[in-house]
Design a binder for this molecule. Structure first.
Ligand code: KG4
Ligand code: ZN
Length: 341
């Protein structure tokens, strides 16, 4: 039997993503983003995002089908992010997926957003080693996940206890006068800077490593950077933006990669997968690769365009649900903004 052909819909935050995946092959990934509409607010505005999803949904589905050369009637299933995410934004995707599934008479699969970030790697690098350790670092999440099977029994080993990694990048960028979203700007600024300031690594003390072994904390780091910048300004000195960016970035990347590799070693997992918008970070990619090589861990990071939110990740997980014989969702599938992994 031929591999399943699935259309996946993602609307958990500010990207309207529609991807079409055939087995392990990505046919097309269509994306419409409302990020520019949020930029002047310095963060994603839920109401603006929901409205933008409504407007973009039908054209994005049409574009994905056209570019993939697929007719809706060819599909074997529809998958959709049912949570976690912004409630109103999720509802647009879930309602659209239900309508498609009913109209086409095809099964509907509600999937978890965090698991989708892991499943997208299958269209990039092929079947996922089982088990895999996954580090998800985005504007909304910083989590370490033990993944025995991407469709089942994913276990969260730890997560941020305050800000997400991407959120820290965005807030520090603001302090440095860089635009939103700040991650790519800090990445670029850091490439011209030196690591001259030793900023704190959150939850790394001996005591914290007992209670919060695989958790993260970035709000103390953000405060430390803010104080450092303010004291320079108060002293009438120019803020060395590139050096602050490089030093801040080093602190984030050091603690993320240190805990990810430790989790692999302690749980005896030979593969690490990294996803989420922060996985686009140049320094994170380099340091993770180096530390995985030293520890004999296979590292898999999809290309940056698949690390950020997209529809292909949802379609890829939908294919896996079908291949593993997981039950389809029924039409009462709720959008659950705090869906646990
Ligand atoms: O996964 P994503 O597109 O959306 C969600 O939050 O779900 O992640 C966006 C986050 C933002 O905080 C952005 O600043 C950060 O990813 N980001 C980066 C880089 N590119 C995007 N952070 C650090 N370095 C980058 N190159
Ligand atoms: Zn995401």
């Amino acid at each position: 039997k031929d591999a399943p052909l699935v259309l996946g819909i993602e609307t958990s935050c500010d990207e309207t993503g529609v991807g079409i995946v055939h087995g392990t092959e990505l046919l097309f990934d269509a994306i419409a983003s409302s990020v520019d509409e949020h930029a002047r607010f310095g963060g994603v505005v839920p109401e603006v995002a929901s409205r933008a999803h409504l407007e973009a949904m039908v054209p994005t589905i049409e574009r994905a089908c056209r570019e993939a050369g697929v007719a809706l009637s060819d599909l074997d299933g529809i998958s959709v992010t049912s949570g976690p995410g912004l409630a109103g934004a999720l509802m647009v995707g879930v309602a659209s997926a239900k309508a498609l599934a009913v109209a086409l008479g095809k099964p509907l699969y509600g999937v978890n957003h965090l698991a989708s970030h892991v499943a997208v790697d299958i269209v990039e690098h092929g079947p996922l080693p089982e088990p895999t350790m996954a580090m998800l670092v985005s504007g909304g999440h910083s989590s370490l996940l033990l993944v025995p099977d991407v469709t089942h029994d994913i276990r969260s080993l730890g997560a941020t206890i305050d800000d997400a990694a991407g959120e820290a990048f965005d807030k520090v960028a603001r302090v440095l006068g860089l635009p939103f979203p700040g991650g790519p700007h800090i990445d670029r600024a850091a490439s011209d800077g030196q690591i001259t300031i030793d900023f704190p690594r959150g939850l790394s003390s001996r005591k914290d490593m007992e209670r919060h072994r695989f958790d993260f904390s970035f709000s103390g780091l953000k405060t430390a950077v803010t104080r450092w910048v303010q004291s320079e300004q108060a002293a009438g000195r120019d803020v060395p933006v590139a050096d602050v960016a490089a030093s801040f970035q080093e602190a984030v990347v050091d603690i993320l990669t240190r805990k990810a590799v430790l989790a692999c070693t302690e749980y005896d997992v030979a593969a690490l997968q990294v996803g989420g918008g922060v996985a686009a970070n140049t320094r994170l990619r380099a340091m993770t690769q180096q530390r995985c090589d030293e520890a004999g861990i296979l590292l898999r990071i999809p290309r940056p365009g698949l690390c950020t939110d997209n529809g292909a990740m949802v379609a890829s997980l939908g294919v896996q649900m079908m291949l593993k014989g997981r039950p389809a969702s029924d039409l009462s599938l709720p959008a659950d903004s705090s869906l646990p992994v």
